[in-house]
Ligand binder design. Structure first.
Ligand code: ADP
Ligand code: MG
Length: 698
């Protein structure tokens, strides 16, 4: 195998390949399209397509696909081969500009949330030239946006690109006011840290719940979980190391900047983080990463679990979305900087984020809402469902000084003069790291920590970009018309800090006292579950934001509402049905056969030695008989509720019933079954225990 720099990106039709394989003219027009969104003419598209095809065929590709991200949250692809019949009865490999630019997959089986009538099965995929084409297996994959016949977005990429553009437009207005006229474009960047579990495939295949739902629906706590804290950053086991090496190689070939890997808190839990890149590309890369993690695992006889909560009692998996804004001239707008004037600019962008997070807490919360993630948020392992911002002591002190018109006392205890044009200098945040905040400033970026491990990062970034774009828009509107820019700027920074002080919290987010303070004293939202959070998507304030910035149309918003809740309902329904099935067909028969053997032992003992008490058997029989009845009753209740759920047509109503009735019944059934597990001899238990699963990889 060649060296990493040699094979890195070898499966990507990237800038280097474009430059080498396209004529100067074609390359220049394509670059114009990529950098400035200029329309691409047919001749150029044909030339690009031909070069892409030659490049892909030389690397073994036989097919191409428009690769897109429908609202299912995973990626979709339909392969077409390059073959075209030639007059001599043989075939040639062809790929036209038309095929590159547009595809027409049958959209009828993708969720549309009512956006697409069934008679309008047609959907379109449209090439996104800002994300490079790549080869996966024998297929050239072309990243595309996916929309309906009527032009409504049926995917996650389209609104993400729109949100990036909205932020770009507003950020440029602000930068212009600061005299930064050389900046042509502001882009958001993201580095998503991805958590996952790795377990042995053999134990996985013995668990219906893992196969059907990606998480364990039953399972008593093992004697050892994560309490020893010996897994976090621990030595990586050889089998896991081999997996990670293989995974890195695959990702690097696809130009994905896989950088950090380590063991996480829970046994069998790990993390992978890439180096950050433009949000759109980071989103594509994260989707690919999740797919390849699973594929590589199966080559190693392993299964990669991306579910947010595969195991009760140990930490679940999340995804930290490290987010920043940067100019095409290479300036990170969230870097505190050295000179006062730049600090004012930094403080304004910082304010924009603070205001955005406070004004649109609900949108941020609902952007990460799924049935799986509901198990994590607020469970003392992930941030709470209440959104707040960690700023660190230094920035908080500056903020308070500005609000109170007081001098800022810096780290060296020097009193800094505060005025309209002399805002304080300060260093990068020097305080301790805070791990419990849902939204933490970490020196030159914000880390949004509420995302679930299996979530596409698109939704969270759409809402974040939208909310920040709105703050910037409000600022730009005011500043562009100000007679005295500096005074207006200072007043606005002060006003933002004052109005949104409530959302800044540097303490322990896992503390119950915080939730009380946040909700009762500060009036922050605590949207605990998906059915609690989702209705906010339809609030006028939120619809107005998304529509006015051109990110979603009203019907697109409605469709996302329907699809998210529908997905929630379906996920939990499948879990409920799987529980009923496992309880009836696996757990009850297992307990019964143990009961039978114990009873037989008691009878045999009594026959041989009538004087022995048989107390052990009798007690156990009594306990297990009670448990069997309880399992039966709980199964019955869950089953009845699930049947009732089916009669509810409206997703909002169904989701509420799930929250209030189905999930509690599932918990109830699990509890008795887990109790049974602790009493029944291991060889009778119908599937691998937590101990076996969590420590299955040696
Ligand atoms: P942690 O200690 O939280 O793991 P790291 O410094 O390792 O923090 O960074 C985590 C992620 O943040 C990585 O994906 C990294 O590339 C990304 N990151 C670093 N700087 C930025 C930035 N300016 N914008 C966006 N993401 C960034
Ligand atoms: Mg981190």
């Amino acid at each position: 195998m060649s060296s990493v720099p040699e094979y890195f990106g070898s499966m990507v039709f990237d800038d280097r390949v474009m430059k080498a394989s396209l004529s100067d003219d074609v390359y220049r027009s394509l670059k114009k399209t990529i950098d400035e969104g200029a329309p691409l003419d047919r001749g150029v598209a044909d030339a690009v397509a031909a070069a892409m095809k030659d490049w892909a065929v030389a690397r073994g590709a036989t097919h191409f696909t428009h690769w897109f991200q429908p609202l299912t949250g995973v990626t979709a692809e339909k392969h077409d081969s390059f073959i075209t019949p030639s007059p001599d009865g043989r075939v040639i490999m062809e790929f036209s500009g038309k095929e590159l630019i547009k595809g027409e997959p049958d959209a009828s089986s993708f969720p549309s949330g009512g956006l697409r009538a069934t008679f309008e099965a047609r959907g379109y995929t449209a090439w996104d030239p800002t994300s490079y084409a790549f080869i996966k297996g024998k297929t050239l994959c072309i990243p595309t946006a996916f929309c309906s016949f009527g032009g409504e977005a049926l995917d996650k990429k389209t609104p993400l690109l729109r949100s990036m553009e909205a932020l770009n437009v507003q950020a440029l207005r602000i930068l212009k006011l600061f005299g930064k006229t050389d900046v042509k474009c502001v882009r958001t960047s993201v580095g998503p840290e991805q958590e996952y579990f790795l377990i042995d495939e053999k134990v996985f295949l013995e668990r219906k719940d893992l196969i059907m739902t990606g998480r364990t629906l039953f399972g008593a706590k093992p004697p050892k979980g994560q309490e020893m804290s010996d897994h976090y950053f621990g030595v990586i086991k050889p089998r896991v190391a081999a997996y990670m090496a293989d995974l890195n190689e695959e990702l690097w070939k696809l130009g994905i900047l896989a950088k950090t890997e380590h063991n996480e808190v829970a046994p069998a839990q790990h993390e992978l983080a890439p180096i950050y890149t433009t949000t759109n590309v980071a989103t594509d890369h994260n989707q690919l990463t999740m797919e390849i993690m699973q594929k590589v695992a199966s080559r190693h006889g392993l299964v990669c679990l991306l579910h947010e909560k595969p195991f009760a009692g140990v930490n679940g998996s999340g995804k930290h979305n490290n987010w920043s804004m940067a100019t095409d001239t290479g300036v990170n707008l969230l870097t505190p900087g050295e000179t006062p004037y730049e600090n004012a600019q930094f403080l304004l962008f910082l304010c924009a984020v603070i205001k955005a997070v406070d004004d649109y807490q609900d949108l941020l919360r609902l952007s990460v809402a799924t049935a799986g993630n509901d198990h994590r948020l607020g469970a003392n392992e992930a941030p709470p469902a209440v959104i707040s911002i960690f700023l660190g002591d230094e920035l908080t002190a500056i903020m308070d000084a500005i609000v109170n018109d007081a001098p800022y006392v810096g780290a060296e205890k020097t009193v800094m003069k505060l005025g309209a044009n002399v805002l304080p200098n300060f260093n990068r945040d020097s305080t301790d790291r805070n791990r419990t905040s849902p939204f933490a400033f970490t020196g030159n970026k914000f880390e949004f920590r509420m995302l679930g491990s299996s979530n596409s990062i698109a939704c969270a970034n759409i809402m974040l970009n939208a909310a920040v774009a709105e703050s910037l828009k409000i600022y730009a509107d005011r500043l562009e018309n100000a007679t005295d820019f500096e005074t207006a700027l200072h007043e606005m920074i002060k006003k933002t800090f004052k109005d949104h002080r409530r959302v800044v919290f540097n303490g322990n987010g896992y503390d119950d006292a915080w939730i009380k303070e946040a909700t009762e004293e500060r009036g922050l939202l605590n949207l605990r579950t998906t059915p609690d959070a989702l209705p906010a998507l339809l609030n006028k304030k939120n619809v107005d934001l998304l529509v006015s910035l051109g990110i979603y149309s009203v019907s697109e918003i409605r469709s996302r509402y329907e699809i998210t809740l529908d997905n929630y309902c379906k996920t939990v329904t499948i879990e409920g049905l799987t529980m009923v099935d496992m309880a009836r067909k696996d757990i009850l028969p297992a307990v019964e056969s143990y009961v039978k053997d114990i009873a037989e032992t008691a009878v045999a003992k009594n026959a041989i030695a009538p004087e022995v008490s048989g107390r052990y058997e009798k007690n156990l029989l009594a306990k297990l008989s009670r448990i069997v009845d309880e399992i039966d009753a709980a199964t019955q209740r869950l089953d009845v509720s699930l049947v009732q759920l089916k009669t509810i047509g409206d997703v909002t109503e169904a989701s509420v019933m799930i929250r209030d009735e189905i999930l509690p019944r599932m918990t109830e059934l699990r509890l008795v079954c887990d109790e049974a597990e602790t009493l029944v001899a291991e060889k009778y238990w119908p599937f691998p225990t937590y101990e076996k699963i969590l420590f299955s990889v040696r």
